[in-house]
Design a protein around this ligand. Structure first.
Ligand SMILES: [Zn+2]
Length: 93
């Protein structure tokens, strides 16, 4: 292999270990759901879309949140952060 390319591969390995170098501005991913159905998730700028029914009603779903977790630190600043877990409320006795 050409020595120039060896140097590029070594550099690429270092880059690959530094996720802060990457910003996903757009992507299209097929996510396999638990019930065997595929869901198409799209990120366009700072907006998610998913073809599942839950997303249509809530604007977020397990598929988009999973991708936020996978791509943590590599999404544009405006992308909706992972939905906070609802606080546990004490049941009045
Ligand atoms: Zn979904």
């Amino acid at each position: 292999m050409h020595s120039d390319m060896i140097g590029k591969i070594e550099k690429a390995r270092r880059y690959a270990m530094e996720p802060e170098r990457f910003r996903f501005d757009a992507l299209r991913v097929t996510v396999r759901g638990n019930n065997g159905g595929d869901h198409e998730v799209v990120l366009d700028g700072d907006r998610w879309q998913c073809t599942c029914e839950f997303f249509a009603g809530h604007g977020a779903c397990a598929h988009t949140i999973a991708l936020e977790l996978v791509l943590e630190g590599m999404l544009p600043a405006g992308v909706t952060p992972v939905a906070p877990v609802a606080p546990v409320t004490a049941v009045a006795s």
